[in-house]
Every structure is written in structure tokens, then in C-alpha cells.
Write a protein that binds this ligand. Structure first.
Ligand code: NAG
Ligand code: NAG
Length: 992
């Protein structure tokens, strides 16, 4: 009995298990499991701003028709899950492990966060896993190392930490391993070299330490190896060059020492070698010339010594060679660069030759003229070069940069320079050139930077320099120029820096000096200039540094100095200036240093504003100045009228009055501060202008290389007009490359529009353009500054981080400053036409920059224009633009209003809750003023200082409502908006 019972019990249990098992089997073999797993994933997506999954991934439709899903044609199971670039925010739930037929999983370029679940291990068929460009944290899940079918593992550009597990060696089929730009530590595990199928291995941009194991030579299929930007030490393993398939080898920015292995010559397929910024020493092996495919070789900033090999000429494909900043010498026997340069003449594609900062101690050989005309950059600054520049240099007719600065060159500046018509940058400073500037220099109509400082040049400054309208930086200081400053120089209205100091120039300053509207530095010190300082000086709106010290100027300091709102340094010392120091200078908020010593000034030294940090040294040697004791001048005699008045008032009242006065002063200073800040950000971003002055010429090949052949792994976004890639230029600059999809109708126009607009503008809150590239046929790209921190869109809807009120307000002020500049700061008003959170990027400093000028319009005389195609974004587009295509600055104000609403409510204008009747604007307008907490982003409120916060958000939303009124004429102007936002910020900071 007992046995039967026991058996029955066992069988019941068995049956139970069997049924369960069958049930599991039944479901695992069912598309419904896939559906419920994917619905679980959808449930973990907390934000889907483009609503891509919302109405598409629904229980009532077939999984195989869902967006991003591909099913197997036979058994109808999900094999591909591809949610690339969908702006999704969320986490990956464990259910993903039930997609048991999945072969390809890509969540690339979204905002997924947290750790990927260990259940990934169940995806036995997985071949491609791409989680790149997200915000994943924690260590790389160990379960991944069990997915033995993996061919490609892409985890680049996340926030993974910890070490790389030795279990990585399990993935014996792996062909691509991309772990770059994370925070991985520890050593490179030797087991990775068991993955002998690897073709691409990219571990760059981490914190890896230790040396590179010599087992790396086991990877006999390796094509691409990048270990750049880690903390690796030790030697370059000589075995790496035994890999005959290797094309790209990057190990720059580490701490490697020892010599370059002579095995480098075995690298028969090597094309790109990056070894810059390490501590490599020894000589450059001659065998390098056997690596005959070498196209780019960058050895910058090491300690390499010995002669420059004379066999580089065997590298027939060489395009880019940088040996800058080493200890290389010219061939000792000939004392000339001759052989090296002659040999390089065989490199018919060479574009860049950087040899600067090496003790070459040689003359420039005539054979320089035999170098390929493809050469664009030739840098030999700081090389102890002697003798004169041979006229043959003029053969290099495509050169854009010639750097010969800080050598010992003599003779005159060769007239042949005028033949290099493409020249943008000419550095001849710090030599011993004599004679005058040849007029041929004025033929260089692309010249942006001309540096001739610190030579022995003499005679008058050539007036024709004023014809080079492309000139942005002109340095002629520390020479022996005489006569007057040619009037033509004052018509260079785009010049940014002008330095004529320490010469023997005479004559007067012209009244129209104020024409240089964008100039940021003017140094005329140490000359023999005389006469008055013209009042027109106040027109130099962008001036940051100004010196006319050590001249013979006389008369008063013009009151108009007070208009130079950007001024930081002012040096008027050692002249014969008289009169008093204008009080208007007090209000120059950015003034850090002022020097008026050794003049004949008199009267009271102002004490307010910018004078509060100044000391006695600024005012020395002016016998009649008076004022505060800290300036070490006598006290001023108070005028009798003021004296009697104050004596008649009793003391307490004086205290009260002065308290009130100082409060008013402080408040008005604060007000001023923001007014000035607003103005300050007008057109004076030095860097931006600099970039403009030297639009680097960048070839298609360089872009192709920078973006890994426009590979998916470099893609950071796609939009209406094409794709944006992240890439590194040869000089190490990280850039964003916007490639226009010329298939798309209008893309061509868009490129031209964007180029036209971008070439005209410069502002700290606008994304900076570095170059454009176009082959006039089928390729057009813009090379832009890469903004590290992504878009406002990404931050606003992030789960890891939340901006507080002040941060959001600062971003809005940045954007408004950019718009103010576009609408009013540049001669022709520019309308952006597509303002939205995706087009606002945040730099590392969290300063916002507006981007994407693909739809921007230059308005002419009229203040609006009609446009047939309206392609702006729904939700942000002004009604008159959407309906009849009217483009005007007021349309941007509308979009800005919507943007403000979204920023402070964290609700998109396209949110599901806004149907036909209710819009974002109405929803907010109805809630004001009493129910502001119902619409504000809850993350902004919290207990503390609730009043100040509510008040701030309320006033911001009121401005936003005023920006978005239906009638364009009734909307605020962006200048008023900016003023209002600055005031709101001041008030918030005072209350907070
Ligand atoms: C979901 O999106 C896919 C791809 O865009 C489309 O083919 C399909 O019709 C959509 N399904 C629904 C229900 O909208
Ligand atoms: C995944 O989607 C992206 C963007 O739509 C596309 O470029 C890529 O080719 C897709 N990959 C696969 C394997 O379908």
C-alpha cells in the first residue's frame, strides 16, 4: 500500500513536471512568447518621444509587422530586433532572454540605461549585439561571455566600468569587439588573443593599464587595432607587425616607451599608424619604407632621435606624415634636409608634412620645389633652419599652411610666396627677415593669418595689405616698420587681431578706427603715434584687449571707452594723455586690467565697478590724480557745495541714505551684469572667429578615415537631410561630420543654405563649423565642432540626471542669446526655422549651442518671406509658417516659446494628451497663474524654496505664452525675451 501510494505520488509529481515542461515548450515555441517579451520591453521604455512604438507595438497586431522587427520566414519567430536611433529611454527587462531565436539585437544610439540583464545569456543564437551610444552603466554583464555565437559585440560609447573579463576568450567566433569610450580599467586580458577570428579590436578611450601582450600577434585576421587613449606602458610588441592583414594600428596617447620595432616593415598592408603622444625613443627604423601601403604616419610628440630617414620616398601612398615635436636631426653628413626632401618628392599624394620642433639645423633645400603640388600643409617651425627661403617654394601652389616660424632664416620674404594662391596661414614670425613686405603677398586672396612678428622688416607697411579682405589676424609687431599706418588697414572690417606694436610707426589714429566691428585685439604700443585718441574708438564693439602704451598720444581719454563692453585689458600708459579718467569706464564689467600710468591725468580716480579691484600700479606717475587711499594718491578736495550739504544732514540719516544708495547700486549692478552678459555674448567669441578665419580644407579621404569609412559604428544620428557621424581628424580633433543625403529632394539646397548661413555667423551659443567638403558631384558634408554632451532632448528625458531650474534657465538664456544674435546681431537677419530640443546641443561646460541650420533663411530687406515648402517640425512650427509658409523672426520666437514650455513642463507639444482641442500652449495658459504646479515638471519642485521656484516657473511660462500668441505681430521680440529671462534669473537667485 505504502509503495503504491509513494509511486502514485511520484507519478503525480512527474506528470506535473511533464505538463509544466510541455507548457513551457509550447510557449517557447510560440510567437506569443516573443510578443509578450517585446511588450515587456515596451513597458520598460519610459519615453518614446517620436511615438514610434506606441501605436505600432500593440497586442492586436502581428509581431512580425512591428517596426524594428524581422521574423524568420519559415517558423515566424523574431530574429532581428533593431531599435537603432529611435530616441528611446528605458531599461532592458529580463524578458528579453525569451526571444530565443534572436540573431541580431541592436539598441544603438538611444538612451537606455542601467545594466543589461544577465538573461541575455539565453540568447544562444545571438550573433550581433549592438548596445553602443547609450548610457549603460556597471560592469559588462558576465553572461555576455556565454553567448558563444557572437560575431560582433559593440558596447562603445557607454559608461561601463570594471575590468574586461578573461572569459572573453570564450567568444571564439568573435570578429568585431568594440568597447571604446567607456571607463574600463585593468589590463588587456591575454585571453582576448584566443579570439583568433577578430578583425576589429577597438578598446580606445578607456583607462586600461599594463603593457600590450606580445600574444597580440596571434590575431592573424586582425585588420583594425585601436588602443589609443589609455594608460598603457611598456614596449610596442614587435609581433603586432607580423599580422599581415593589419591596416590600422592606433596606440596614440598612452605611455609607451622604447623604440619603434623594426618589424614595422613587415606590415605589408599597414595604411594608418598612429603613435603620437607617447614616450617612444631611438631612431625611426629604415625598414619603415617597406610598409609600402602606408598612407598616414603620425609620430608627433615622442622622443625619437637620429636622422630623418631618407627612404620615405618609397612610401608612394603617403598622404600624411607628422614627425613634429621629436629630437630628429637632418642627415649629419650633408647638413641638409636635401636627401629627405628629395626623396619625399616621390610621394605624389602627400598633403601634410609636419616636421616642426625638431633640431634639424639645416637650410631649406631648393628641392622643396619638387614636392608634390598636392601638398597643403608644410610645418617646419622651431627647427633651427638657416639661410633664406628658396624661390622654388612658390611651386607649392596648393599649400594652405606654411609654418616657418621660430627659425634662423635670413634674407627677404620671397616674392614667390605670391604664387601660393591657396595659402590661408603664413607663419614667418621669429626669424631674421629683412627688407619690406613684398607686394606679392597681397595677391594671396585666401590669406587669413599673417604672422611676421619678430623680424627685421623695415620701410612702410604695404598699403595693399588692406586689399586682403580675407585677413583675420595680422601680426607685424617687433620689426622696424616706419611711416604711418596705411589707412587701408582700417577698412579690414573682418579683422580679429591686429598687432603693430614695437615698430617706429608715426602719425595719428584715424577717426574711422571704429569700423573694425569684430576686432578683439588691437596692439599699437611702442610706436611714435601722436595726436588725440579719436572718439570713434567706441565703435570697436568686440574689443577685448587694447594697448597704445608707449606712444606720444595727447588729449583726453574719450568718454566712448565706456562703450567697449567686452573690454578686458586696457593699456594707455606712457603717453601724454590729460584730463580725467572717464567714469564711463566703471561699467566695463569684464575689465580685468587697466593701466593709465605715466600720463598727465588729473581729477578723481573712479572707484566703482571695474575699478574696485584695481591697485595703485595702474595710476602711477600722474601727478594730479586724487582719490581713495588704496590708489596711493592724495584725497580729493570735496567741492564746497557738496560739503556743506552733507554737513547739514545728521549722521544716522547719512548711514541710512548710503545704505539705500549702496543697495540700489548693487541691484543696478546686478541688472547691468545681466544686460552686459546679454550683450557680451554678441559677436565676440574669439575661438569661433578663429575657426572661421581658417576653415581647414579637409579631403574626402580624411573624412572617410575619420569616420571609419562612414561606418555604422561612427553614426551618431540621422535626420531628414542625411546622417551625422562622429570622427577624429588626423590632428586628433573630434568632429561631427554631417553628410547630406543627396537622394533626398532639397538636400542640395539644404547644404548650400547651411554653408551660406554658417559661413557668416559666429557666436558662443551656435555650433561652430570647421570645414565643408564637397566634390561637386555626389558628396557633400559639413564638418562641425563635436559637442560632447548630446542634445537638450536627451537630457530633458534622461533618467539618470535631472537639470534644476537654474540649469534649464541658463540653457534658455543661451538659446535666446543665439537667436538674438541671429535676428539682430548680424547685418542680415537670419531665421533658424527649426528650433527644437534636438537642435540644441550641450557642451562639456553645459553651455548650450544651437545647431542645424539646414532650414535657416537669410532675410533680405523685408522682415518676412514666403516659402513654398514647409518642412519644419510639427509642434514647434509657428501657425503662419505651417499654413501659408511665412518665414519671419517671429516664427522663431514662437518655436522658442514652445521650447520653453517643453523645458519646464517636460511635455512634448506632440504628446498624446494634446489632441485637436487641447494644445500644449492652451494647457499651460489655462493653468496660469494659480495651478502652475500642475503643469510644471515635478522634478523641478520639491519642498525647499517652493515659493521661489513656483514664482520663477510661473514667470517663465508667462513669457512663453507671450511668445506663442497666434498673431505674429503680437509676439515678443527675442531681445525682450532675453531681457525678461535675465531678470527672472536675477530675481530667482536673489530669492533662492
Ligand atoms: C508598424 O510600423 C511598420 C513599419 O513602419 C509598418 O509597416 C506597420 O504597418 C506599422 N503597424 C501599425 C499597426 O501601424
Ligand atoms: C537597423 O536600423 C538602422 C536604422 O534604421 C539601419 O541603418 C540598419 O541597417 C538596421 N540594421 C539591420 C541589421 O537591419
Amino acid at each position: 500500500m505504502e509503495t503504491t501510494c509513494f509511486l502514485t505520488g511520484v507519478s503525480i509529481i512527474l506528470v506535473y513536471f511533464a505538463m509544466n515542461f510541455l507548457a513551457i515548450e509550447a510557449t517557447t515555441n510560440n510567437i506569443n512568447t516573443d510578443k509578450s517579451s517585446l511588450l515587456a520591453l515596451k513597458a520598460h521604455i519610459t519615453d518614446d518621444p517620436r511615438n514610434l512604438l506606441g501605436n505600432n507595438w500593440t497586442a492586436s497586431t502581428s509581431v512580425c509587422n512591428w517596426v524594428g522587427i524581422t521574423c524568420d520566414s519559415q517558423n515566424k519567430r523574431v530574429i532581428v530586433l533593431n531599435l537603432t536611433s529611435m530616441s528611446l529611454t528605458g531599461t532592458i527587462p529580463p524578458h528579453i532572454g525569451n526571444l530565443s531565436f534572436l540573431v541580431h539585437l541592436s539598441l544603438r544610439d538611444n538612451n537606455f540605461h542601467g545594466s543589461p540583464p544577465t538573461e541575455l545569456v539565453q540568447l544562444r543564437r545571438l550573433e550581433i549585439l549592438n548596445l553602443g551610444f547609450n548610457n549603460f552603466t556597471g560592469s559588462i554583464p558576465s553572461s555576455l561571455w556565454q553567448c558563444r555565437q557572437l560575431l560582433r559585440l559593440f558596447l562603445g560609447d557607454n559608461k561601463f566600468t570594471g575590468i574586461i573579463s578573461t572569459n572573453i576568450g570564450n567568444l571564439s567566433l568573435l570578429r568585431g569587439l568594440h568597447l571604446y569610450d567607456n571607463s574600463l580599467e585593468g589590463q588587456i586580458p591575454r585571453s582576448v588573443f584566443n579570439c583568433t577570428s577578430l578583425q576589429k579590436l577597438d578598446l580606445s578611450g578607456n583607462r586600461l593599464t599594463g603593457s600590450v601582450p606580445s600574444e597580440i600577434g596571434n590575431l592573424q585576421d586582425l585588420n583594425w587595432l585601436s588602443l589609443t587613449g589609455n594608460r598603457l606602458t611598456g614596449l610596442i610588441p614587435s609581433t603586432v607587425f607580423n599580422i599581415s592583414t593589419l591596416e590600422v594600428f592606433g596606440i596614440a596617447r598612452n605611455r609607451l616607451s622604447g623604440p619603434i620595432p623594426s618589424t614595422i616593415g613587415l606590415g605589408v598592408n599597414l595604411k594608418y599608424v598612429f603613435l603620437w603622444i607617447n614616450e617612444l625613443n631611438g631612431t625611426i627604423p629604415d625598414s619603415i619604407s617597406n610598409a609600402s601601403q602606408l598612407t598616414v604616419l603620425d609620430l608627433t610628440s615622442n622622443s625619437l632621435s637620429g636622422p630623418v630617414p631618407t627612404t620615405f620616398g618609397n612610401l608612394r601612398n603617403l598622404e600624411y606624415l607628422s614627425l613634429d615635436s621629436n629630437q630628429l636631426t637632418a642627415e649629419s653628413s650633408t647638413q641638409e634636409l636635401m636627401n629627405f626632401i628629395s626623396s619625399l618628392a616621390n610621394c605624389k599624394f602627400v598633403r601634410v608634412l609636419h616636421l616642426g620642433n625638431n633640431p634639424l639645423s639645416s637650410t631649406l633645400p631648393v628641392s622643396i620645389g619638387n614636392l608634390s603640388t598636392t601638398l597643403q600643409e608644410f610645418w617646419v617651425g622651431g627647427c633651427k633652419l638657416k639661410g633664406s627661403i628658396p624661390q622654388e617654394v612658390g611651386n607649392l601652389r596648393n599649400l594652405t599652411t606654411l609654418d616657418l616660424r621660430y627659425n634662423e632664416l635670413t634674407g627677404s620674404v620671397p616674392t614667390a610666396i605670391g604664387k601660393m594662391r591657396m595659402l590661408q596661414v603664413l607663419y614667418l614670425d621669429g626669424n631674421q627677415f629683412q627688407g619690406s613686405i613684398p607686394n606679392e603677398v597681397c595677391h594671396l586672396r585666401n590669406l587669413g593669418d599673417l604672422y611676421l612678428s619678430g623680424n627685421k622688416l623695415s620701410g612702410p607697411i604695404s598699403a595693399c595689405l588692406g586689399d586682403i579682405t580675407s585677413l583675420r589676424v595680422l601680426y607685424l609687431d617687433s620689426n622696424s616698420f616706419t611711416s604711418t599706418i596705411p589707412a587701408s588697414l582700417w577698412s579690414l572690417k573682418d579683422i580679429l587681431k591686429l598687432n603693430l606694436s614695437t615698430n617706429s610707426l608715426s602719425g595719428h589714429l584715424p577717426p574711422d578706427i571704429g569700423n573694425l566691428k569684430v576686432v578683439s585685439e588691437v596692439d599699437l604700443s611702442g610706436n611714435e603715434l601722436s595726436g588725440d585718441i579719436p572718439n570713434g574708438i567706441g565703435g570697436l564693439q568686440s574689443l577685448i584687449k587694447f594697448s597704445i602704451a608707449h606712444n606720444r598720444l595727447e588729449g583726453p581719454i574719450p568718454e566712448s571707452f565706456g562703450n567697449l563692453i567686452s573690454l578686458e585689458i586696457l593699456d594707455l600708459s606712457s603717453n601724454n594723455l590729460s584730463g580725467s579718467i572717464p567714469k564711463s569706464i566703471e561699467k566695463l564689467r569684464y575689465l580685468k586690467g587697466i593701466n593709465v600710468s605715466f600720463n598727465r591725468l588729473e581729477g578723481e580716480i573712479p572707484t566703482g565697478g571695474s575699478f574696485s579691484n584695481l591697485s595703485a600700479g595702474s595710476f602711477l606717475g600722474n601727478n594730479k590724480l586724487c582719490g581713495a587711499p588704496r590708489f596711493q594718491v592724495p584725497q580729493c578736495k570735496t567741492s564746497s557745495r557738496r560739503g556743506s550739504k552733507s554737513r547739514s544732514v545728521s549722521k544716522p540719516i547719512i548711514y541710512i541714505l548710503s545704505a539705500i544708495a549702496s543697495t540700489i547700486l548693487v541691484l543696478s549692478l546686478i541688472f547691468l551684469l545681466f544686460r552686459c552678459q546679454k550683450k557680451k555674448s554678441k559677436p565676440l567669441d574669439k575661438e569661433n572667429m578663429q575657426a572661421l578665419s581658417t576653415w581647414r580644407r579637409i579631403s574626402y579621404q580624411e573624412l572617410e578615415h575619420a569616420t571609419n569609412g562612414f561606418d555604422e559604428s561612427s553614426l551618431v544620428g540621422t535626420g531628414g537631410f542625411g546622417s551625422v557621424y562622429k570622427g577624429k581628424l588626423f590632428d586628433g580633433t573630434t568632429v561631427a561630420v554631417k553628410v547630406f543625403n543627396l537622394q533626398v529632394e532639397r538636400a542640395l539646397r539644404s547644404f548650400d543654405d547651411e554653408c551660406e548661413v554658417m559661413s557668416k555667423i559666429r557666436h558662443r551659443n551656435l555650433v561652430k563649423i570647421i570645414s565643408s567638403c564637397s566634390n561637386n558631384v555626389d558628396f557633400k558634408a559639413l564638418v562641425l565642432e563635436y559637442i560632447a554632451n548630446g542634445s537638450l532632448e536627451k537630457w530633458l528625458y534622461s533618467h539618470n540626471y535631472c537639470f534644476d531650474i537654474l540649469q534649464r534657465l541658463n540653457i534658455m538664456i543661451d538659446v535666446a542669446s543665439a537667436l538674438e544674435y541671429l535676428h539682430h546681431g548680424y547685418g542680415t537677419p537670419i531665421v533658424h526655422c527649426d528650433l527644437k530640443p534636438n537642435n540644441i546641443l550641450l557642451g562639456e561646460d553645459m553651455v548650450a549651442r544651437v545647431c542645424d541650420f539646414g532650414m535657416a533663411k537669410l532675410l533680405g530687406e523685408e522682415d518676412s518671406m514666403a516659402q513654398t515648402h514647409t518642412l519644419a517640425t510639427i509642434g514647434y512650427m509657428a501657425p503662419e509658417y505651417g499654413s501659408v509658409g511665412i518665414v519671419s523672426a517671429r516664427g522663431d520666437v514662437y518655436s522658442f516659446g514652445i521650447l520653453m514650455m517643453e523645458t519646464f513642463t517636460r511635455k512634448k507639444p506632440t504628446d498624446n494628451m494634446f489632441e485637436e482641442q487641447l494644445s500644449l500652449r492652451c494647457w499651460i495658459k489655462d493653468a496660469l497663474p494659480h495651478s502652475v504646479t500642475e503643469v510644471a515638471d515635478v522634478n523641478l519642485l520639491g519642498e525647499e524654496n517652493l515659493y521661489a521656484k513656483k514664482d520663477c516657473i510661473l514667470t517663465i511660462l508667462q513669457v512663453a505664452v507671450d511668445c506663442t500668441v497666434e498673431l505674429p505681430e503680437s509676439r515678443l521680440d527675442i531681445t525682450d525675451v532675453l531681457g525678461a529671462l535675465s531678470n527672472i534669473k536675477t530675481k530667482f537667485q536673489l530669492l533662492h
